[in-house]
Design a protein around this ligand. Structure first.
Ligand SMILES: NC(=O)c1ccc[n+]([C@@H]2O[C@H](COP(=O)([O-])OP(=O)(O)OC[C@H]3O[C@@H](n4cnc5c(N)ncnc54)[C@H](O)[C@@H]3O)[C@@H](O)[C@H]2O)c1
Length: 344
Protein backbone atom coordinates (compact mmCIF):
# COMPACT_ATOMS: atom_id res chain seq x y z
CA UNK A 1 0.00 0.00 0.00
CA UNK A 2 1.18 3.52 -0.81
CA UNK A 3 -0.65 5.63 1.73
CA UNK A 4 -2.15 8.86 0.52
CA UNK A 5 -1.35 10.29 3.95
CA UNK A 6 1.31 12.94 3.48
CA UNK A 7 1.02 12.88 -0.33
CA UNK A 8 0.85 15.86 -2.67
CA UNK A 9 -2.16 15.23 -4.86
CA UNK A 10 -3.58 16.84 -8.00
CA UNK A 11 -7.27 16.38 -8.82
CA UNK A 12 -8.29 17.54 -12.29
CA UNK A 13 -12.00 18.29 -12.34
CA UNK A 14 -11.85 18.60 -8.55
CA UNK A 15 -14.46 21.37 -8.44
CA UNK A 16 -17.00 19.10 -10.13
CA UNK A 17 -19.50 16.67 -8.69
CA UNK A 18 -17.37 13.56 -8.05
CA UNK A 19 -14.07 15.47 -7.91
CA UNK A 20 -15.17 17.69 -5.02
CA UNK A 21 -16.29 14.66 -2.99
CA UNK A 22 -12.94 13.06 -3.74
CA UNK A 23 -11.23 16.19 -2.38
CA UNK A 24 -13.35 15.86 0.80
CA UNK A 25 -12.31 12.21 1.10
CA UNK A 26 -8.62 12.95 0.53
CA UNK A 27 -8.35 15.81 2.99
CA UNK A 28 -10.76 14.74 5.70
CA UNK A 29 -10.16 10.99 5.77
CA UNK A 30 -6.85 10.25 4.08
CA UNK A 31 -4.91 13.16 5.54
CA UNK A 32 -3.04 14.12 2.39
CA UNK A 33 -0.47 16.90 2.66
CA UNK A 34 -1.88 19.02 -0.13
CA UNK A 35 -4.51 18.85 -2.87
CA UNK A 36 -4.25 21.00 -5.97
CA UNK A 37 -7.53 21.17 -7.86
CA UNK A 38 -7.20 21.97 -11.56
CA UNK A 39 -10.57 22.94 -12.96
CA UNK A 40 -11.78 25.42 -15.59
CA UNK A 41 -15.07 25.73 -13.66
CA UNK A 42 -16.96 25.21 -16.92
CA UNK A 43 -19.24 22.80 -15.06
CA UNK A 44 -17.70 22.76 -11.59
CA UNK A 45 -17.90 25.52 -8.98
CA UNK A 46 -16.02 27.12 -6.09
CA UNK A 47 -19.11 26.46 -3.99
CA UNK A 48 -18.40 22.71 -4.22
CA UNK A 49 -15.11 23.34 -2.39
CA UNK A 50 -16.33 26.03 0.00
CA UNK A 51 -15.88 23.88 3.11
CA UNK A 52 -12.11 24.06 2.43
CA UNK A 53 -12.03 27.84 1.99
CA UNK A 54 -8.96 29.19 3.81
CA UNK A 55 -7.49 25.72 4.37
CA UNK A 56 -3.86 25.74 3.27
CA UNK A 57 -4.01 22.10 2.28
CA UNK A 58 -6.23 22.98 -0.71
CA UNK A 59 -5.36 25.05 -3.74
CA UNK A 60 -7.48 25.76 -6.81
CA UNK A 61 -5.88 26.46 -10.15
CA UNK A 62 -8.61 27.77 -12.40
CA UNK A 63 -7.29 26.50 -15.71
CA UNK A 64 -8.26 24.48 -18.72
CA UNK A 65 -6.58 21.07 -18.74
CA UNK A 66 -5.51 21.90 -22.30
CA UNK A 67 -3.39 24.78 -21.01
CA UNK A 68 0.24 24.95 -19.91
CA UNK A 69 -0.88 26.10 -16.44
CA UNK A 70 -2.61 22.77 -15.99
CA UNK A 71 0.44 20.85 -17.14
CA UNK A 72 2.67 22.79 -14.74
CA UNK A 73 0.41 21.79 -11.84
CA UNK A 74 1.61 18.20 -12.17
CA UNK A 75 5.16 19.03 -11.12
CA UNK A 76 5.96 17.52 -7.73
CA UNK A 77 2.72 15.52 -7.54
CA UNK A 78 2.83 12.12 -5.85
CA UNK A 79 -0.64 11.18 -7.08
CA UNK A 80 -2.82 12.58 -9.89
CA UNK A 81 -6.53 11.82 -10.11
CA UNK A 82 -7.74 12.80 -13.59
CA UNK A 83 -11.47 13.51 -13.61
CA UNK A 84 -11.83 16.68 -15.71
CA UNK A 85 -14.11 16.00 -18.63
CA UNK A 86 -17.05 17.17 -20.68
CA UNK A 87 -20.15 15.01 -20.49
CA UNK A 88 -22.10 12.59 -22.61
CA UNK A 89 -24.82 15.00 -23.71
CA UNK A 90 -22.22 17.67 -24.49
CA UNK A 91 -20.65 15.18 -26.91
CA UNK A 92 -23.86 15.07 -28.94
CA UNK A 93 -23.86 18.79 -29.74
CA UNK A 94 -20.09 19.52 -29.64
CA UNK A 95 -18.18 16.32 -30.48
CA UNK A 96 -14.89 17.97 -31.43
CA UNK A 97 -14.45 19.92 -28.19
CA UNK A 98 -15.59 16.85 -26.28
CA UNK A 99 -12.90 14.74 -27.90
CA UNK A 100 -10.30 17.46 -27.45
CA UNK A 101 -10.86 17.62 -23.68
CA UNK A 102 -11.65 13.98 -22.91
CA UNK A 103 -9.07 12.32 -25.17
CA UNK A 104 -6.38 14.69 -26.48
CA UNK A 105 -5.94 16.61 -23.23
CA UNK A 106 -5.70 13.30 -21.36
CA UNK A 107 -2.80 12.31 -23.60
CA UNK A 108 -1.08 15.62 -22.92
CA UNK A 109 -1.52 15.17 -19.15
CA UNK A 110 -0.13 11.64 -19.34
CA UNK A 111 2.92 12.82 -21.29
CA UNK A 112 3.49 15.54 -18.72
CA UNK A 113 3.01 13.11 -15.83
CA UNK A 114 5.66 10.90 -17.37
CA UNK A 115 8.07 13.79 -17.89
CA UNK A 116 7.81 15.00 -14.28
CA UNK A 117 7.68 11.45 -12.88
CA UNK A 118 4.33 11.53 -11.14
CA UNK A 119 4.16 8.68 -8.63
CA UNK A 120 0.69 7.47 -9.55
CA UNK A 121 -1.87 8.48 -12.18
CA UNK A 122 -5.46 7.44 -11.57
CA UNK A 123 -7.38 7.87 -14.79
CA UNK A 124 -11.12 8.07 -14.20
CA UNK A 125 -12.85 6.62 -17.23
CA UNK A 126 -16.52 5.59 -17.48
CA UNK A 127 -18.83 2.63 -18.06
CA UNK A 128 -19.92 4.53 -21.20
CA UNK A 129 -16.86 3.01 -22.94
CA UNK A 130 -18.84 -0.24 -23.11
CA UNK A 131 -21.94 1.01 -24.83
CA UNK A 132 -24.96 -1.05 -23.89
CA UNK A 133 -24.51 -4.37 -22.07
CA UNK A 134 -24.05 -7.30 -24.44
CA UNK A 135 -24.02 -9.52 -21.37
CA UNK A 136 -24.50 -8.68 -17.72
CA UNK A 137 -23.03 -8.19 -15.25
CA UNK A 138 -20.21 -6.42 -17.10
CA UNK A 139 -16.67 -7.29 -16.17
CA UNK A 140 -13.47 -5.73 -17.51
CA UNK A 141 -13.44 -8.10 -20.52
CA UNK A 142 -16.83 -6.92 -21.75
CA UNK A 143 -16.48 -5.56 -25.34
CA UNK A 144 -16.04 -1.80 -25.66
CA UNK A 145 -18.49 -0.48 -28.26
CA UNK A 146 -19.28 3.06 -27.10
CA UNK A 147 -22.50 4.57 -28.42
CA UNK A 148 -21.45 8.23 -28.18
CA UNK A 149 -18.42 10.41 -28.89
CA UNK A 150 -18.17 10.84 -25.11
CA UNK A 151 -17.83 7.08 -24.63
CA UNK A 152 -15.40 6.89 -27.55
CA UNK A 153 -13.28 9.77 -26.22
CA UNK A 154 -13.22 8.24 -22.74
CA UNK A 155 -12.12 4.97 -24.35
CA UNK A 156 -9.32 6.78 -26.19
CA UNK A 157 -8.28 8.44 -22.93
CA UNK A 158 -8.09 5.16 -21.06
CA UNK A 159 -6.23 3.52 -23.96
CA UNK A 160 -3.65 6.35 -23.80
CA UNK A 161 -3.34 5.77 -20.06
CA UNK A 162 -2.71 2.05 -20.54
CA UNK A 163 -0.20 2.86 -23.28
CA UNK A 164 1.68 5.21 -20.93
CA UNK A 165 1.97 2.32 -18.49
CA UNK A 166 2.96 -0.29 -21.07
CA UNK A 167 5.39 1.82 -23.08
CA UNK A 168 6.94 3.95 -20.37
CA UNK A 169 6.03 2.35 -17.06
CA UNK A 170 4.03 5.34 -15.80
CA UNK A 171 2.20 3.94 -12.73
CA UNK A 172 -1.32 4.20 -14.09
CA UNK A 173 -4.60 2.88 -12.71
CA UNK A 174 -7.67 3.07 -14.99
CA UNK A 175 -11.01 3.01 -13.23
CA UNK A 176 -14.44 2.86 -14.83
CA UNK A 177 -17.16 4.09 -12.50
CA UNK A 178 -20.69 3.21 -13.51
CA UNK A 179 -23.37 5.83 -12.68
CA UNK A 180 -22.83 8.04 -9.64
CA UNK A 181 -25.43 10.12 -7.80
CA UNK A 182 -25.59 12.27 -4.69
CA UNK A 183 -25.24 15.85 -3.40
CA UNK A 184 -23.77 18.36 -5.91
CA UNK A 185 -24.94 16.27 -8.87
CA UNK A 186 -26.02 18.29 -11.89
CA UNK A 187 -29.57 19.19 -12.82
CA UNK A 188 -28.62 22.14 -15.03
CA UNK A 189 -27.67 22.55 -18.68
CA UNK A 190 -26.08 19.77 -20.67
CA UNK A 191 -24.61 18.26 -17.49
CA UNK A 192 -28.12 17.62 -16.10
CA UNK A 193 -28.66 13.99 -15.05
CA UNK A 194 -31.97 12.16 -14.89
CA UNK A 195 -32.10 11.75 -11.10
CA UNK A 196 -31.48 15.40 -10.06
CA UNK A 197 -33.74 16.64 -12.87
CA UNK A 198 -36.53 14.33 -11.75
CA UNK A 199 -36.19 15.47 -8.13
CA UNK A 200 -36.34 19.15 -9.13
CA UNK A 201 -39.35 18.58 -11.38
CA UNK A 202 -41.22 16.57 -8.72
CA UNK A 203 -40.46 19.22 -6.08
CA UNK A 204 -42.10 21.69 -8.48
CA UNK A 205 -45.15 19.42 -8.74
CA UNK A 206 -44.23 18.32 -12.27
CA UNK A 207 -43.90 14.73 -13.50
CA UNK A 208 -40.56 13.16 -14.44
CA UNK A 209 -39.66 13.35 -18.13
CA UNK A 210 -38.32 10.01 -19.35
CA UNK A 211 -36.76 9.80 -22.79
CA UNK A 212 -37.66 6.35 -24.12
CA UNK A 213 -39.71 3.59 -22.51
CA UNK A 214 -38.07 3.88 -19.06
CA UNK A 215 -36.91 0.28 -19.14
CA UNK A 216 -33.30 1.31 -19.75
CA UNK A 217 -31.26 0.38 -16.67
CA UNK A 218 -28.36 1.89 -14.77
CA UNK A 219 -26.10 0.86 -11.91
CA UNK A 220 -26.10 3.77 -9.44
CA UNK A 221 -23.52 4.24 -6.72
CA UNK A 222 -23.58 6.99 -4.11
CA UNK A 223 -20.86 9.61 -4.58
CA UNK A 224 -19.48 9.05 -1.05
CA UNK A 225 -18.82 5.44 -2.07
CA UNK A 226 -17.36 6.54 -5.42
CA UNK A 227 -14.95 8.94 -3.68
CA UNK A 228 -13.94 6.36 -1.10
CA UNK A 229 -13.47 3.73 -3.80
CA UNK A 230 -11.25 6.01 -5.91
CA UNK A 231 -9.02 6.78 -2.92
CA UNK A 232 -8.89 3.11 -1.94
CA UNK A 233 -7.91 2.08 -5.44
CA UNK A 234 -5.19 4.74 -5.62
CA UNK A 235 -3.55 3.12 -2.60
CA UNK A 236 -3.54 -0.34 -4.12
CA UNK A 237 -0.17 -1.31 -5.63
CA UNK A 238 -1.71 -4.39 -7.23
CA UNK A 239 -4.01 -2.13 -9.29
CA UNK A 240 -1.15 -0.47 -11.15
CA UNK A 241 -1.44 -1.18 -14.86
CA UNK A 242 -4.94 -2.56 -14.35
CA UNK A 243 -8.33 -1.41 -15.61
CA UNK A 244 -11.01 -1.78 -12.97
CA UNK A 245 -14.81 -1.58 -13.16
CA UNK A 246 -16.51 0.06 -10.27
CA UNK A 247 -20.21 0.25 -9.36
CA UNK A 248 -22.89 -0.90 -6.94
CA UNK A 249 -23.94 -4.11 -8.69
CA UNK A 250 -27.60 -3.05 -8.29
CA UNK A 251 -29.57 -2.62 -11.49
CA UNK A 252 -32.51 -0.22 -11.57
CA UNK A 253 -34.77 0.92 -14.39
CA UNK A 254 -35.18 4.65 -14.97
CA UNK A 255 -38.94 4.17 -14.60
CA UNK A 256 -38.52 2.57 -11.14
CA UNK A 257 -36.13 5.31 -10.12
CA UNK A 258 -38.58 8.01 -11.19
CA UNK A 259 -41.37 6.34 -9.21
CA UNK A 260 -39.12 6.10 -6.13
CA UNK A 261 -38.40 9.83 -6.35
CA UNK A 262 -42.09 10.71 -6.73
CA UNK A 263 -42.87 8.63 -3.66
CA UNK A 264 -40.05 10.18 -1.61
CA UNK A 265 -41.11 13.70 -2.63
CA UNK A 266 -44.62 12.85 -1.44
CA UNK A 267 -46.16 12.98 -4.91
CA UNK A 268 -46.68 9.31 -5.93
CA UNK A 269 -49.52 10.57 -8.15
CA UNK A 270 -46.97 12.13 -10.56
CA UNK A 271 -46.72 9.51 -13.30
CA UNK A 272 -43.63 9.93 -15.51
CA UNK A 273 -44.19 11.33 -19.00
CA UNK A 274 -42.49 9.37 -21.76
CA UNK A 275 -40.89 11.16 -24.71
CA UNK A 276 -38.89 10.09 -27.74
CA UNK A 277 -35.63 8.31 -26.78
CA UNK A 278 -32.39 10.29 -26.59
CA UNK A 279 -29.91 9.35 -29.33
CA UNK A 280 -27.07 7.19 -28.02
CA UNK A 281 -28.88 6.36 -24.76
CA UNK A 282 -27.36 3.13 -23.49
CA UNK A 283 -29.95 0.43 -22.86
CA UNK A 284 -28.44 -1.54 -20.01
CA UNK A 285 -25.55 -1.13 -17.54
CA UNK A 286 -24.72 -3.43 -14.63
CA UNK A 287 -21.26 -3.82 -13.15
CA UNK A 288 -19.37 -6.93 -12.21
CA UNK A 289 -17.14 -5.42 -9.52
CA UNK A 290 -15.37 -8.65 -8.61
CA UNK A 291 -11.93 -7.33 -9.56
CA UNK A 292 -12.35 -4.13 -7.52
CA UNK A 293 -13.44 -6.17 -4.50
CA UNK A 294 -10.61 -8.67 -4.93
CA UNK A 295 -7.94 -5.97 -5.28
CA UNK A 296 -9.10 -3.62 -2.54
CA UNK A 297 -11.83 -5.29 -0.47
CA UNK A 298 -14.04 -2.30 -1.35
CA UNK A 299 -17.80 -2.67 -1.09
CA UNK A 300 -20.22 0.24 -1.43
CA UNK A 301 -22.02 1.21 1.78
CA UNK A 302 -24.98 3.40 0.81
CA UNK A 303 -28.23 1.62 -0.17
CA UNK A 304 -29.90 3.26 -3.19
CA UNK A 305 -33.18 4.15 -1.45
CA UNK A 306 -31.37 5.79 1.46
CA UNK A 307 -29.09 7.74 -0.88
CA UNK A 308 -31.98 8.94 -3.03
CA UNK A 309 -33.94 10.01 0.07
CA UNK A 310 -30.89 11.96 1.25
CA UNK A 311 -30.59 13.57 -2.18
CA UNK A 312 -34.23 14.65 -2.17
CA UNK A 313 -33.62 16.37 1.18
CA UNK A 314 -30.45 17.96 -0.17
CA UNK A 315 -32.37 19.47 -3.07
CA UNK A 316 -35.11 20.68 -0.73
CA UNK A 317 -32.55 22.68 1.23
CA UNK A 318 -30.68 24.41 -1.62
CA UNK A 319 -30.37 28.20 -1.60
CA UNK A 320 -32.13 28.15 -4.99
CA UNK A 321 -35.82 27.25 -4.86
CA UNK A 322 -37.00 24.28 -6.97
CA UNK A 323 -38.69 26.79 -9.31
CA UNK A 324 -35.37 28.62 -9.80
CA UNK A 325 -33.58 25.32 -10.44
CA UNK A 326 -36.28 24.32 -12.91
CA UNK A 327 -35.45 27.38 -15.00
CA UNK A 328 -31.89 26.11 -15.39
CA UNK A 329 -32.99 22.69 -16.64
CA UNK A 330 -32.81 22.19 -20.39
CA UNK A 331 -35.24 19.45 -21.34
CA UNK A 332 -33.52 18.11 -24.48
CA UNK A 333 -30.08 18.93 -23.15
CA UNK A 334 -28.17 16.96 -25.77
CA UNK A 335 -29.20 19.39 -28.52
CA UNK A 336 -27.22 22.50 -29.46
CA UNK A 337 -27.93 25.41 -27.14
CA UNK A 338 -30.27 28.01 -28.63
CA UNK A 339 -28.36 30.82 -30.46
CA UNK A 340 -29.02 33.40 -27.72
CA UNK A 341 -27.48 31.01 -25.14
CA UNK A 342 -24.36 30.60 -27.30
CA UNK A 343 -23.73 34.32 -27.46
CA UNK A 344 -24.72 34.99 -23.83
N1 LIG B 1 -21.20 11.23 -12.86
C1 LIG B 1 -21.17 9.97 -13.26
O1 LIG B 1 -22.17 9.25 -13.14
C2 LIG B 1 -19.92 9.38 -13.85
C3 LIG B 1 -19.94 8.03 -14.23
C4 LIG B 1 -18.79 7.47 -14.77
C5 LIG B 1 -17.64 8.23 -14.91
N2 LIG B 1 -17.64 9.53 -14.54
C6 LIG B 1 -16.41 10.28 -14.72
O2 LIG B 1 -16.11 10.96 -13.52
C7 LIG B 1 -15.45 12.19 -13.83
C8 LIG B 1 -16.13 13.33 -13.12
O3 LIG B 1 -17.47 13.41 -13.56
P1 LIG B 1 -18.56 14.31 -12.81
O4 LIG B 1 -19.84 13.58 -12.89
O5 LIG B 1 -18.07 14.73 -11.50
O6 LIG B 1 -18.67 15.54 -13.82
P2 LIG B 1 -18.51 17.11 -13.55
O7 LIG B 1 -18.88 17.79 -14.81
O8 LIG B 1 -19.20 17.51 -12.32
O9 LIG B 1 -16.95 17.24 -13.31
C9 LIG B 1 -16.03 17.46 -14.34
C10 LIG B 1 -15.22 18.69 -13.99
O10 LIG B 1 -14.28 18.90 -15.04
C11 LIG B 1 -14.22 20.30 -15.28
N3 LIG B 1 -13.78 20.51 -16.66
C12 LIG B 1 -14.43 20.24 -17.81
N4 LIG B 1 -13.69 20.55 -18.86
C13 LIG B 1 -12.52 21.03 -18.38
C14 LIG B 1 -11.34 21.51 -18.97
N5 LIG B 1 -11.19 21.60 -20.32
N6 LIG B 1 -10.32 21.91 -18.18
C15 LIG B 1 -10.44 21.87 -16.82
N7 LIG B 1 -11.55 21.41 -16.20
C16 LIG B 1 -12.58 21.00 -16.97
C17 LIG B 1 -15.62 20.81 -15.02
O11 LIG B 1 -15.64 22.20 -14.71
C18 LIG B 1 -16.05 19.95 -13.85
O12 LIG B 1 -15.78 20.57 -12.61
C19 LIG B 1 -15.44 12.30 -15.34
O13 LIG B 1 -14.18 11.93 -15.84
C20 LIG B 1 -16.51 11.33 -15.80
O14 LIG B 1 -16.22 10.80 -17.06
C21 LIG B 1 -18.77 10.13 -14.01
Amino acid sequence: MTPLAGARVVVTGGAGFIGSHLVDELVARRDVEHVTVVDSLVNGSRENLVRWCGDRRIGLIEADIRSDDALRALEGADVVFHLACLGVRHSLHDPFTNHDVNATATLRLLERARAVEVGRFVHVSSSEVFGTAQRAPMDEQHPTWPETVYGAAKLAGEAYARAAYRTHGLPVIVVRPFNTYGPRSHFEGDSGEVLPRTIVRNLCGLPALIYGDGRQTRDFMHVSDTARGLATLAECDAAIGRTVNFGSGQEVTIEALARTVAWLVGRPDLDPVHLEARPGDVRRLLVDATLMRRLTGFVPAMPLHEGVAELVEWFRTRPLTPAQMLQRIEDRNWQSPAPEEVTA
